[in-house]
Design a protein around this ligand. Structure first.
Ligand code: MUC
Ligand code: MG
Length: 371
C-alpha cells in the first residue's frame, strides 16, 4: 500500500491581467488554492480548489478549503491507499458532507500522483482522451463596450479565441443588452457571442433579456435565474430558440438529474470543482447525454492545475457542442508552471505527459503564496 505522508495546502494570490467584472463580484486577483499530496514513495500529486470572489460565488472559500482539508480530510486520507483514488474518495464521501471544491482538489492530486507513478496521463483513468485539442472561449468582462471589442479583436487576430462570453446582470437589462448587441454586431460572422447572467435576473427580466439577445444574434444565455428556479429555467428553455445553459445549480450528479428531468436548460456547464471532482463531473456529463442535453466545459477561473485537470477530463467526454472556457491561466498575470499550458488555434492543447502533465514552478509559487 502507498500511503499519504503529508498534505500541504497553499493559497497563492495571483493578480489578474485586468479587472474581471461578474454580476456578483469584480476580480482583481485570484486566490489560487493548491493541494499537494506527498506520498510515501516520494511522488507528489497536485490538485486545485480555486473559487471566485471568496464566498461570493460558492459555499467554500479558499480559507475554508485549507482548514477543512488540513483538519478533516488529512487524517482520513492518511489511512487510505493512495494507489486507489476511487476508494479514497468513497471514504472521504462517507465521512465528509459537501466540500466539493476541496474533494475535487484532492481527487485531482490523487490521480496526478498515480499517473506519474504509472506513466499515464490523467485522461487514461477516465476512458482516454478522444481529442488532443479543445476550443476555448474568452470572457470579455472589462464592463466597457469599446475595451471589450478591442480585446476581442486582439484575440481573433492572434487566433486565440473565436467564441466570446460576456458577463451581464449588473446593469439594467436594456443597458446590458445594448452592450452585448454592440459587441455581437462588431463580431458578426467572425465570432460567436454568449452571455452569462450569473443568476442576476428575475423571470420578467429574463424574458425581456432573452428576447433582446435572441434578436441580436446571441447564441446562448448562461444561468439567467437564481439557481433554485428550475421552473423558470424550464420556461425559458421551452419558450426561446436561444440556448439556455445551466451552471450554478449543477452541483454534482444528484442535482444534474433533477435539472435534466425538469428540462431546465439545453446545455450543461460541466465544472470539475462544482461537481465534486473529475469522476462526479463525468457522471454529470453522462446524465446530460442521457437527457439529450448538450455539453460545455466550464471553469471556476482556476489556474493551470485545475485547468489541466479539466482538460484531461473534458478530452475524454463526448463532443462538446458549445466548446469550453478553460482559459483561467490566461486571465492571471503569471502561470505558476515551469512550462505554460499551450493555447493555440482557438483552443488548448490537451497535456499528454504522465499525471496532469505539468510541473509547478515552486519559486514562482513562493512569490505569490500567502504566509
Ligand atoms: C461562471 O459563472 O461561469 C467562468 C468564466 C468566467 O468569467 O467566470 C466563470 C464562472
Ligand atoms: Mg457561469
Amino acid at each position: 500500500m502507498t500511503s499519504i505522508k503529508h498534505i500541504e495546502v497553499v493559497i497563492a494570490d495571483v493578480p489578474t491581467i485586468r479587472p474581471h467584472v461578474l454580476a456578483m463580484t469584480t476580480i482583481h486577483s485570484q486566490a489560487v488554492v493548491l493541494v499537494f499530496l506527498h506520498r510515501s514513495d516520494g511522488v507528489v500529486g497536485v490538485g486545485e480548489a480555486t473559487t471566485i470572489g471568496g464566498l461570493a460565488y460558492g459555499e467554500e472559500s479558499p480559507e475554508s478549503v485549507k482548514v477543512n482539508i488540513e483538519t478533516y480530510f488529512a487524517p482520513i486520507l492518511k489511512a487510505c491507499d493512495a494507489d486507489n483514488p476511487a476508494a479514497a474518495m468513497a471514504k472521504l464521501d462517507k465521512h465528509i458532507v459537501g466540500n466539493r471544491f476541496a474533494k475535487n482538489a484532492v481527487e485531482t492530486a490523487l490521480y496526478d500522483a498515480l499517473g506519474q507513478k504509472e506513466s499515464k496521463p490523467v485522461s487514461d483513468y477516465f476512458g482516454g482522451a478522444r481529442t488532443d485539442h479543445l476550443e476555448v472561449l474568452w470572457v470579455l468582462a472589462s464592463g466597457d463596450t469599446a475595451a471589450d471589442i478591442e480585446e476581442g479583436e486582439k484575440m481573433l487576430a492572434e487566433r486565440r479565441h473565436r467564441h466570446f462570453k460576456l458577463k451581464v446582470g449588473k446593469r439594467e437589462v436594456i443597458d446590458d443588452c445594448a452592450h452585448v448587441g454592440a459587441i455581437a454586431r462588431a463580431f458578426e460572422g467572425r465570432a460567436s457571442i454568449r452571455v452569462d447572467v450569473n443568476q442576476a435576473w428575475t423571470r420578467e427580466q429574463a424574458h425581456e433579456g432573452a428576447a433582446l439577445l435572441q434578436d441580436a444574434g446571441v447564441s446562448l444565455i448562461e444561468q439567467p435565474l437564481v439557481k433554485a428556479d428550475l421552473e423558470g429555467m424550464a420556461m425559458l428553455t421551452r419558450d426561446f430558440d436561444i440556448a439556455i445553459m445551466a451552471d450554478e445549480p449543477l452541483n454534482g450528479p444528484d442535482t444534474a438529474k433533477i435539472i435534466a428531468k425538469a428540462h431546465a436548460g439545453d446545455v450543461f456547464s460541466l465544472k470539475i470543482a462544482q461537481s465534486g471532482g473529475l469522476a462526479r463531473c463525468a457522471e454529470v456529463a453522462a446524465i446530460a447525454q442521457e437527457y439529450g442535453i448538450a455539453l460545455y466545459g466550464g471553469t471556476m477561473l482556476e489556474g493551470a492545475v485545475g485547468t489541466a485537470a479539466s482538460a484531461h477530463l473534458f478530452a475524454c467526454l463526448p463532443k462538446f457542442k458549445w466548446h469550453s472556457e478553460i482559459f483561467g491561466p490566461l486571465l492571471q498575470s503569471e502561470e505558476i508552471l515551469e512550462d505554460p499550458l499551450q493555447y493555440r488555434d482557438f483552443g488548448i492543447v490537451i497535456p499528454t505527459a504522465p499525471g496532469l502533465g505539468i510541473k509547478i514552478d515552486h519559486d514562482k509559487l513562493k512569490r505569490f503564496a500567502r504566509h
